[in-house]
Design a protein around this ligand. Structure first.
Ligand SMILES: Nc1ncnc2c1ncn2[C@@H]1O[C@H](COP(=O)(O)OP(=O)(O)OP(=O)(O)O)[C@@H](O)[C@H]1O
Ligand SMILES: [Mg+2]
Ligand SMILES: [Zn+2]
Length: 509
């Protein structure tokens, strides 16, 4: 009997798995027990071929592979390698001595090569938490896995390499952690590595002053934005400049984003680390599962790939209605829960939403530049596609009118992304000291105390709630945006000017 530690992916998290192998002298067959999914059940065939390919004998007796804990669903092919070594150890083809404290992860090809797996970083973290000091992973995952602190990571390219390591004939070398961060200081090497200094700049956009202002406020307080205007006015341009205004990713945030991309199989193995705020722009034909996450085994959707970054929904009214309704929920509580008979998992989805739409199907409703060709019912129907409750959850509504030629013809002017970002970082620092990452997350119960609105500011808000028929939720949201405006201005109290500007970004007005 042998026992090996490995891990399985549930959602974006790894869970440790113990592989026990027993060999008995019954008829030759392989049983894998302990809730294996299809890919794990098929492991037996890959393992048999790979063992043959390295010239070792697969036991012609009964092999029972037990995966513990029994109640955890095991999916994916990452258990191939530990199953193979477990079987070889159980029939004494490899020594048991090399195994304690060692974890194994990897999919086997029929010729014995090791293939990369999804979620390597999370799997390695789970092995570390299970008490392993060293882990062997496929070479393709070694750099990503080496980000895990507190465990030695070795990359192997084949089953033969792993056997050499366990028998001691050729020890595998430890993979260096990528130099982009400093393990000991638990932080970045180079404070401002987070965002792309050569990314698109705000200054390239002519006119659209209120659009640019909205982006600055959004970035400073983590507020959602809806841009509405005729075709070709710069909505997409504006949205693409939002990530560049955000503070750089903190190390822990980068680790979270990396684990999500890894679980989705989307990590670039040459640079296996998400260092910049994600910017996801799914097409409006995206399926609800593609957007929210799903599938079997479940994979993170666009909302999770945008975790700690920006989700851009261009042509908002064209998105699937059900998808938009689930979006409402994630905006309230930034996680996606996928509950199935077989899988129960949670994907983080903490993102900033920026959406764009035209005011009507032809795009020119209420524009002074051209006439709208749509009739009233078409316009009403188009606008109803995005529900009131969803609109209510987007803090900043901005009109993006067609730009005049005289503005387009002018040289670039106005603030550049770098200087706006500096103001954003300063405003966020104030919010950090209050214990939140952004004002948009201020809980209702502490909002009033934190906002510290003056009497005049409160009465202005009160009058607006009545005359504009704002919902209670909208009123709270206006106050949060006002707090952000005060933070940008370095004011300890929310003043009437802040409330007035915040009200200007509600669509009711
Ligand atoms: N305000 C602007 N300043 C400078 N260039 C602009 C501006 N608006 C639009 N452009 C030019 O027009 C192109 C299209 O702009 P953009 O894609 O942002 O428009 P849009 O509002 O998203 O249109 P649509 O509603 O069709 O999606 C840009 O790539 C840019 O070259
Ligand atoms: Mg566009
Ligand atoms: Zn129209």
């Amino acid at each position: 009997m042998s026992r090996i530690t490995s891990a399985a992916l549930t959602g974006v998290d790894g869970a440790p798995v113990e592989i026990e192998v027993r060999i008995s002298s019954l008829l030759p067959r392989v049983d894998i027990v302990g809730l294996p999914e299809a890919a794990v059940r098929e492991s037996a065939a890959r393992v048999r071929a790979a063992v043959g390919a390295v010239g070792l004998r697969f036991p012609d007796r009964r092999v029972t592979v037990n995966l513990a804990p029994a109640e955890l669903r095991k999916s994916g092919a990452a258990l191939d390698l530990p199953i193979a070594i477990g079987i070889l150890a159980a029939c004494a083809e490899v020594p048991n001595e090399g195994l304690p404290g060692l974890a194994l992860i990897g999919e086997l090809a029929l010729d014995g090569r090791l293939r990369g797996v999804r979620g390597a970083l999370s799997l390695v973290l789970a092995c570390r938490d299970a008490g392993c000091r060293r882990v062997v992973v496929p070479l393709a995952n070694a750099r990503e896995a080496a980000l895990a602190p507190g465990i030695e990571v070795c990359g192997a390219s084949s089953l033969r390499d792993v056997l050499g390591d366990i028998t001691g004939t050729q020890k595998l070398a430890a993979t260096e952690a990528p130099r982009i961060f400093d393990r000991d200081a638990d932080g970045w090497n180079g404070a401002d590595e987070g965002n792309d200094p050569d990314g698109p700049c705000l200054r390239e956009i002519r006119g659209q002053e209120s659009g640019k202002r909205a982006l600055e406020i959004a970035a400073a307080g983590g507020h959602g934005v809806l841009l509405s205007g005729p075709p070709g006015s710069g909505k997409t341009m504006l949205a693409r400049r939002l990530p560049g205004l955000l503070p750089p990713l903190a190390f822990e945030e980068a680790l979270e984003a990396t684990r999500i991309h890894s679980a989705a199989g989307l990590l670039d193995q040459r640079r296996p680390f998400v260092r910049r705020r994600p910017f996801r722009a799914p097409h409006h034909t995206a399926s609800p599962a593609g957007l929210m996450g799903g599938g079997n085994p479940p994979r993170p959707g666009e909302v999770s790939l945008a975790h700690r970054g920006v989700l851009f929904l261009d042509e908002l009214p064209e998105f699937d209605r059900r998808a938009l309704e689930s979006l409402r929920q994630v905006l309230e509580d930034p996680v996606v829960r996928i509950a199935r008979a077989r899988h129960n998992c949670v994907f983080p989805a903490h993102f900033m939403l920026i959406a764009a739409c035209n005011p009507c199907p032809c795009g020119w409703y209420r524009s002074h530049k051209r006439d709208c060709r749509c009739d009233e019912t078409t316009i009403a129907k188009y606008q109803r596609r995005v529900s009131g409750p969803l609109l209510d959850r987007i803090d900043l509504h901005v009109g993006v009118p067609a730009v005049e030629w005289k503005d387009l013809d002018r040289p670039a002017e106005g603030p550049d992304s770098r200087s706006v970002r500096a103001r954003v970082v300063a405003a966020r620092a104030v919010q950090h000291r209050r214990g939140v990452t952004a004002n948009a997350e201020l809980p209702d119960r502490s909002l009033d105390a934190v906002a510290g609105a003056t009497t005049q500011a409160r009465s202005l808000l009160g009058r607006a709630v009545d005359s504009l028929h704002l919902s209670a939720r909208a009123a709270r949201r206006v106050l949060r945006v006002s707090r952000t405006l005060a933070d940008l201005a370095g004011e300890p109290h929310v003043l009437p000017v802040h409330v007035a500007e915040a009200l200007g970004f509600r669509h009711e007005s």
